[in-house]
Design a protein around this ligand. Sequence first.
Ligand SMILES: C[S@@+](CC[C@H](N)C(=O)[O-])C[C@H]1O[C@@H](n2cnc3c(N)ncnc32)[C@H](O)[C@@H]1O
Ligand SMILES: [Zn+2]
Length: 376
Amino acid sequence: MARIRMKIENEGSARFRVDSGVFYNPQMEELRSMSVTFLKAATVKGKRILDSTAATGIRAIRYALEAKGTDITLLDINKKAADNARKNVRLNGLKFKVLNDSIQKFANTHEGSFEIIDLDPFGSPAPDLYDLMKISWDGTVLMVTATDTAVLCGAHGPACIKIYGAKPLHNEMCKEAGIRILIGYVARIAAQFNFGIVPLLSVSDRHYMRVFIRLEFGAAKAVESVKGTGIGAFCRKCYGFGFAAGAAPLISPACDRCDERMEPFGPLWLRRLYDKKLTSKMLDIKETKLLRTINDEFDSLMFYSIPRITSSLGLGSVSHYSVIGKLKERGRKATETQFDSDGVKTDASAEEVIGAVKAVHSSMASELTTRQSRDY
Ligand SMILES: C[S@@+](CC[C@H](N)C(=O)[O-])C[C@H]1O[C@@H](n2cnc3c(N)ncnc32)[C@H](O)[C@@H]1O
Ligand SMILES: [Zn+2]
């Protein structure tokens, strides 16, 4: 019988085949490249890498060839995937351990820990995080993908409550709320193992979210990072947010600006999403539009959706760039955000943002009147 020879594919410096029944998504290439850039830029205490959901092995192979990873273990629960990854490791002239095992079984039997752990499962990473903490140590960096973004963004509210123990925010701000719910979840699981967390990079793009988090060992650090989680509340009337940090925080049900009933969400991570020294180092290595936006983003808690504000004020649309310009003119920090193409991150209050939107709108209107009278 003739043997079917699969075509050799290329991605980054890697060559590989995709066997039937094994997962490979070419659309995730940019995200894999970003992880390679992350590994090149990050200061990690050692280089023992675990690719815990290897599939074809493409990530681990690229980490070895492009980021000089030398001690890599690949794991996949699917036998076809583990066999495929083993062949691909060989095809690239590499010698790494490839195991056909589940994260759960491996983590409960392996002696020792890894400095870098990549987790890229189907859907939610939540069921795997607990076991991965058992093979983590002080300084371990977790690189975690979630593709259950509909859950984290509130399209299926009860699913987010069930999986992450959190109430999502189902509006234009859902992606930032969702990634913060995911990080908050990691913080609570990590704390059970006496790890505090430091988010180094958080990415939301198309159908996925990916967080890069350093674990720091110590009971006090664990408690401190749980204190960095808390509850958010959003006011649909004046667009303001309220936050209360801690394990059992008290949050006012009424908006302190307009007295409207607030919409609560969370628990979620309330602190920084990025290590800007690291993102700027990554930009020097390889610039992409997404990384540029992330690096330039003002790392504030949540943002303002400009179309939501204009439509509820009954105004025509205004460009979020003009609102950013107006806020800066008024001495505020203001930037774009990766979480919404029409959103603005700023240290200005909701009232100040509404003021800037109105000012931009009226200067547009007076420009139009001037132009019309000139044409006439
Ligand atoms: C989305 S794919 C990984 C894709 C790969 N990281 C890439 O970039 O091409 C998810 C893989 O995780 C494996 N997997 C799912 N649950 C697992 C578990 N509990 N332990 C180990 N592997 C698992 C699946 O068999 C599948 O091959
Ligand atoms: Zn309000």
